[in-house]
Design a protein around this ligand. Structure first.
Ligand SMILES: Cc1cc2nc3c(=O)[nH]c(=O)nc-3n(C[C@H](O)[C@H](O)[C@H](O)COP(=O)(O)OP(=O)(O)OC[C@H]3O[C@@H](n4cnc5c(N)ncnc54)[C@H](O)[C@@H]3O)c2cc1C
Length: 292
């Protein structure tokens, strides 16, 4: 059976697309490889999503999204989509267990972190992170964050109430919102070091991370329990087959393929924008179906 819509990714964009498809009475499949809510699970305080005058934590907003999906009885296929192709007027969406087909595809797969080009011992893999949702409950830890954008400062603010945090910026150029910087500067558990570049990551005899840095003429070394890289993110369309990637623009033009949310929004990666994208894609599909 060919489904009408397949939505890949259940972050804010995919969730909004699913809610809108449901509202329009269009059948759909929603795939999620990890946690419902996607990157939003990392956000400390979302202050620009209308309806929450005092802001809301990313986690709490995801809980509300999740509640709404449950209430609508929207099923989620909890699998990674490994490859998407298009032939015979249908998308084929492959997971490890099955291949599904759909007439329209909404790709809401967000972004993936830029990995550091430093090499670290394999035994440190569980202490080095590129997002923080898995360590939000950490307490009493020494945490080093590498980066100088919104994510680095937001991660620091999220973790600093229960831990000691050091932010390392390789230059003196800060790229985050002024209010995040102000809050970080005012937080007694956050230390910010600029012109400090990480040159090596090693493991100490006690199992901690030794972050070796150079900067301002000095070499220093910082011991940490966790090391987080927040050095940028890139669009994640890796599940598209090479053939489909080559035909992507044409498929978008024809109204069969929709790239929504952070995946498609360059530097304008925000929850409300992702939600709006998801709703618009579902509405455009509805228009296509009505015109058929
Ligand atoms: C630290 C931080 C703070 C933030 N603060 C704010 C804020 O204050 N205000 C605001 O508006 N926004 C904020 N954001 C941004 C917000 O989180 C994103 O804009 C939003 O999550 C984007 O939604 P999305 O659905 O496009 O992508 P994502 O949230 O990235 O979701 C993509 C989903 O797709 C899934 N996926 C990917 N590939 C596959 C596959 N092959 N198969 C199945 N599933 C797949 C992923 O697991 C993920 O769940 C913040 C982000 C961060 C990191």
């Amino acid at each position: 059976m060919i489904n009408t819509v397949a939505i890949i990714g259940a972050g804010p964009a995919g969730i909004a697309a699913a809610i809108q498809c449901h509202r329009q009475g269009i059948d759909f499949l929603l795939f999620e490889q990890a946690h419902l809510g996607g990157l939003l699970n990392n956000a400390n305080l979302v202050e620009n999503y209308p309806g929450f005058p005092k802001g809301i934590s990313g986690r709490s907003l995801v809980e509300k999204f999740s509640f709404q999906l449950n209430d609508l009885a929207v099923p989620i296929i909890k699998e990674k989509v490994t490859q998407v192709d298009f032939s015979d007027n249908a998308f084929s969406i492959r997971t490890d267990s099955e291949t599904h087909t759909a007439q329209f595809l909404i790709l809401a797969t967000g972004t993936i972190p830029i990995k550091s080009d430093l090499t670290f011992p394999n035994s440190l893999q569980e202490q080095v992170f590129f997002e923080i949702s898995e360590i939000l409950k950490a307490t009493g830890k020494q945490i080093v964050i590498v980066g100088a954008g919104d994510a680095a400062f937001d991660y620091a603010l999220n973790l600093a109430d229960q831990n000691q945090v050091i932010i390392l910026n390789r230059s003196n150029n800060i790229k985050c919102l002024a209010l995040l910087l102000e809050r970080a500067n005012a937080h007694q558990n956050i230390k910010y070091l600029e012109n400090t570049r990480v040159t090596a990551v090693e493991k100490t005899a006690t199992g901690q991370i030794e972050v070796v840095c150079s900067g301002s003429g000095d070499n220093t070394s910082i011991q940490a329990d966790y090391l987080i890289f927040a050095i940028g993110r890139i669009p994640n369309d890796i599940c598209l087959s090479p053939k489909l990637r080559a035909e992507k623009d044409q498929m978008i033009e024809q109204g069969y393929l929709y790239l929504v949310g952070d995946l498609a929004n360059g530097r304008y990666r925000q929850t409300a924008i992702a939600v709006a994208d998801g709703i618009r894609a579902a509405m455009q599909i509805n228009t296509m179906l009505s015109d058929e």
